[in-house]
Write a protein that binds this ligand. Structure first.
Ligand code: SAM
Ligand code: ZN
Length: 310
């Protein structure tokens, strides 16, 4: 069983985090808008999409977008606001390691600020490959282990082992995102070569690499202000995109696999849902879905289907 970072455990309200981070928010959206500018398709899944912060970057590009997140409470809390702004979006509570979708169904996918909670990226990417079809686009952001600040710190401490491709688990004392201070947390920074190797081995070929949040320094924010920071950020995004300097890296990938795309007769969410445990067919009745194969029942609570399993 792989452990999941459960934001519901401490009732963590992630939307609050972004109230004071306009620079980082705009920097990420700038990259994503560039990536999605020439994309289009049907089913799209924003994995760990939370309260839909990034939905404006892909919403008009895919006709059937889905936010999938393990935090049922986040989806329930934000349902009305999200649906008001983005009426076509579907919200589903599920685990990224066990997604409740048929094989070869998605035209596009995105994961931002979530991979640090994924302790077994290879297992996750294999599950992702199952639901994505051949030639689909997948965008993966991750916290860069060897960013400039961390590398300088390692050099200053003569800690050259730090530069290995091994994932770096952040100390519990420094992070309490989705947990409380001092609690064990799943929080990994990944080496870009590690992420690209795992993606490539599974069939996600990297088409483009982008960097993001080059100026993530509190002092600079106070001196320059968000607008000036963003002007410099956009310049650096072009200039340094191939380097491993930024704290956040984004890979745009294309999946290559032999299986053909699933052609479905209708467009509804229920047509693409299967049991996340055994991939059996589901029988829907009002607010419940039953899998005959493994005899599990999933419920819809406060507008959100709960397909979470571990
Ligand atoms: C830091 S937030 C990022 C939210 C959003 N992607 C963004 O950038 O604004 C991480 C999100 O990942 C979700 N998450 C963590 N582990 C997950 C898993 N195994 N499956 C699905 N969602 C997960 C959390 O519930 C949380 O909403
Ligand atoms: Zn089942």
């Amino acid at each position: 069983m792989i452990e999941v970072s459960n934001y519901d455990f401490f009732d963590y309200d992630y939307a609050q985090y972004w109230k004071v981070r306009e620079y980082e928010d705009s920097a990420e959206k700038h990259v994503l808008r560039r990536i999605f500018s020439d994309k289009k398709g049907k089913w799209f899944v924003d994995i760990g999409g939370s309260y839909g912060r990034l939905t404006p970057t892909y919403y008009n590009k895919y006709t059937n977008p889905i936010i999938l997140d393990y935090s049922l409470k986040t989806l329930q809390r934000n349902y009305s606001v999200i649906k008001k702004q983005f009426p076509n979006i579907e919200l589903i509570a599920a685990n990224a390691y066990h997604m409740p979708f048929r094989d070869n169904i998605c035209d596009g996918g995105l994961m931002v600020r979530v991979l640090h909670h994924i302790s077994e990226p290879e297992t996750y990417f294999k599950e992702l490959k199952r639901i994505m079809h051949n030639d689909s686009t997948y965008v993966q952001e991750f916290a860069n282990k060897i960013n400039l600040k961390a590398s300088l710190r390692a050099i200053a401490h003569l800690n050259f082992k730090f530069f290995s491709r091994e994932p770096y688990q952040q100390p519990t004392s420094k992070n309490f995102e989705g947990t409380e201070m001092g609690q064990e947390a799943i929080f990994f920074n990944y080496h870009p070569s590690f992420v690209s190797k795992v993606l490539n081995n599974i069939g996600f070929n990297i088409q483009n690499k982008y960097g993001c949040s080059y100026l993530r320094f509190q002092a600079l924010k106070k001196i320059l202000g968000d607008n000036n920071m963003l002007k410099i950020e956009y310049f650096l995004q072009k200039l340094l995109k191939t380097t491993n300097i930024p704290p956040s890296i984004i890979f745009e990938t294309k999946l290559q696999k032999p299986e053909p795309k699933q052609e479905l007769k209708t467009d509804g969410l229920k047509d693409i849902l299967v049991c996340p445990k055994c991939f059996g067919e589901l029988t829907f009745k009002d607010t419940s879905a039953h899998c005959k194969c493994c005899d599990r029942t999933y419920k819809k609570e406060d507008n959100i289907w709960d397909f979470r399993i571990v």
